[in-house]
Design a binder for this molecule. Structure first.
Ligand code: MF3
Ligand code: CO
Ligand code: CO
Length: 276
């Protein structure tokens, strides 16, 4: 059975399996953290160019986050030592920034989570270095559609499985594979909380959405089969068949009538090409 817990943003929140239902303080906190996260992704758009290393982008994320009075929530998280995740080409998620040089035609996801005044703004977008292949562009477009199909459905009364099923249906209609090993999640004062938001599943199943719920939707969609493999570093997840993969992520809050997107781009840089 799903348990919900009303929180007002001041109490200590525990990862106790309950789904938190937040009030106005939570919305205000998430609005600020989410906006900062989206501004950081906006600022990265002109920096993603052939020749730049993923470590340089990570440095930029750390500086922008700290300058804004926030901390990267990934820094020190379960032993992770970077300020964001950068996942290139066939890397599904949790790519570790390094001295690797981005080259013409690469596609990459950058995932940032500033922790601002106790609230987590978690969002990611795809970027393209130079010009991507038609296949890669189509994958990116459909993955963005998968995210927004889920976001636009989110409202009180539907179930999480309705979102999962709609995302899966759209991805599979293009013969893409939906990654099962990683999912969206509740968040707020905690980085990763209940519920799990899976991106493939059955309509009519899972917890019912209620006003005050905060969670991410972050589909990972593969050009090939859905299978993933973990590299020896314990973080990097890659497609088993080495096919290209894409991901977008928003943090949202359920309102009385629908949802508020906390991480919408202030500059309208929703998906590539960003024209910068
Ligand atoms: N931002 C990721 C997410 O969307 C989590 C990254 S955790 C890390 O949930 F440790 F890998 F950075
Ligand atoms: Co997330
Ligand atoms: Co994220």
């Amino acid at each position: 059975m799903t348990e919900y817990q009303h929180v007002d943003g001041t109490e200590t929140v525990l990862r106790d399996g309950t789904i938190k239902l937040h009030g106005p303080e939570g919305f205000e906190g998430m609005r600020k953290a989410g906006r900062l996260a989206a501004e950081i992704l906006d600022a990265l758009a002109p920096m993603v160019q052939p020749g730049v290393t993923t470590a340089q982008l990570d440095d930029a994320v750390r500086e922008m986050t700290l300058d804004a009075g926030a901390v990267p929530a990934t820094l020190g998280y379960r032993g992770y030592t970077h300020s964001c995740c950068i996942s290139l080409n066939h890397v599904v998620c949790h790519g570790i920034p390094s001295s690797k040089i981005i080259k013409e035609g690469d596609i990459l996801n950058i995932d940032v989570t500033p922790l601002l005044d106790g609230w987590h703004g978690d969002t990611s977008r795809m970027y393209v270095a130079g010009e991507a292949s038609i296949k890669a562009k189509r994958l990116i477009d459909v993955t963005y559609e998968c995210l927004m199909i889920g976001v636009d459905m989110a409202r009180p009364g539907i179930r999480l499985g309705d979102i999962s099923a709609a995302i899966q249906k759209h991805a599979e209609s293009h013969r893409y594979g939906v990654v099962r090993e990683f999912c969206g999640h509740g968040l707020g004062r905690l980085f990763h909380d209940s519920p799990e938001v899976v991106h493939a599943g059955r309509a009519g199943t899972g917890p019912e959405l209620k006003p005050g719920m905060f969670f991410t939707i972050e589909p990972m969609i593969n050009l090939g089969k859905p299978g993933v493999k973990m590299l020896n570093d314990g973080w990097t997840a890659v497609t088993r068949d080495k096919s290209l993969t894409a991901q977008f992520e928003h943090s949202i809050g359920i309102t009385e009538t629908g949802r508020e997107i906390f991480t919408e781009s202030p500059k309208g840089l929703h998906k590539p090409p960003y024209g910068v």
